[in-house]
Design a protein around this ligand. Sequence first.
Ligand code: GTP
Length: 503
Amino acid sequence: MALGFIKKIFTFGKDTAPEQKPEAEVPAVVPDDAAVAPAPVTEEPVVAEERDALLDEAEAANPEAGSHVPDEPEPDIYPLPHAPNVPVAKDPVAPAEMETAGGPSDDVPAEAIEDPAPDEEPDAPSEVLDVAEEPVAPVEDVVEPEESVAPAEEQAVAAATENPVLEEAVSVEPKALPKGFATAESKPVAEVAAPEPKRTWFQRLREGLSRTSSQLTGQITSLFTKRKLDDDTLQDLEDLLIQADLGVETALRITDTLASERYGKDVTGADVSRIMASEITKVLAPVARPLELDLNHKPHVILVVGVNGTGKTTTIGKLAAKLSGAGLKVMLAAGDTFRAAAIEQLKIWAERTGSDIVSSKLGADAAGLAYEAYERAKESKSDVLIIDTAGRLQNKTELMAELEKIVRVLGKLDPDAPHTVLQTLDATTGQNAMNQVEIFRNVAGVSGLIMTKLDGTARGGILVAIAAKHKLPVYFIGVGEGIDDLEPFEAKDFAEAIAGVQA
Ligand SMILES: Nc1nc2c(ncn2[C@@H]2O[C@H](COP(=O)(O)OP(=O)(O)OP(=O)(O)O)[C@@H](O)[C@H]2O)c(=O)[nH]1
């Protein structure tokens, strides 16, 4: 086992092991032990100049972007342990609790950080701007110089060498990706842990989609009761499928196949469900793909976008847990500078998952924060940088312009960055998800999707219509609020759940 890897794992000391419950107060994100506290964030003049020039250039390209935020973000970096085999806490604080626990910062009026409901249009509150324009408070969280970490590191290495349990714990290959990810070189994904009993999440998926499936199968059964398959029943069936959000294209695939097999004959609900499942699987199979990481990039940058409340921050936490659990060094960037609670929430996820985090003040320039995060991730040789963004509605011109600016700034740092632009879709949304994909695809170049909340009262049919139209990869599905409730997307499972076919 490489000594260097052991050192890497224990660089930040076991005092900050991820099992620790986060304190209610925000500073709990930073290790208590002064010996592992982070180094003061100092801005090198050359870097600052380059950044400012780049941001100015990006802003000149689109003056609307970032015009409401201050020029100088003040990123704080919170190096946290990233021991790959240290189990992460199973039951994260529910985000609602997190918001309460973190609470708004004292200097921010409560109304400035109110989370707009998903369907509301979040005007940038003037209070947020006021806060952004206030003199910047001194950096609260300080990074300890690297040298001071050495004794703890040595102790940890010694402990690992003496302790067979620890030694075993650090012996897993750091680059074994979790299920659902792949690298360009090796598409097949190695499973790093025994899979959870499939029943658990699959059952939740089925329950979530049961509203769609039971309604649909009930209507189909009554449609074909004592009726042979003719043009009228086919038309009625097509209407039902379209009402279930499956889209015209897939509805026609299903009715065509049914007609070719059983025209003029008796048809049962089971016949239709079987054909539905089969045709939906054909539509979804090409998009059920692993999230491919190009680890030559260091960092591989994942930008996470989507409408408010679709599950961006939670999904980032779940992804970070999978990646850091597999030994990858992960950095998170709290680019949702619009909402104080979102920053606190991401800090908690960083601590839980042993990821590093870069954050800035509420209302800071998100593109500037993305720039800083990239630089920090590069310096610290992070494998993956995941950037959270403010939830925004697609009709908010200035907010969408800000998102464009983030993409442009990252592109200047690495022409291929962001390497993945992930959009989260809320499965309870229905048809509106289609518009969301169209618009975010144009603005941010969305390269893949994650559908969340499939454990709720989901309306998953729209994912089939989106797959048929956009053919964007669907990497994972969210089936709960917990850290492990993110599953690789499987076309057949999903299709059968929608069609109400028994597994
Ligand atoms: N049941 C369920 N809830 C989820 C899932 N994913 C996220 N949530 C919940 O959805 C709510 C919103 O999630 P967030 O991660 O805060 O969403 P966001 O997109 O970051 O929201 P903004 O910060 O407002 O833009 C939270 O209560 C999450 O716990 C999921 O897969 N299932």
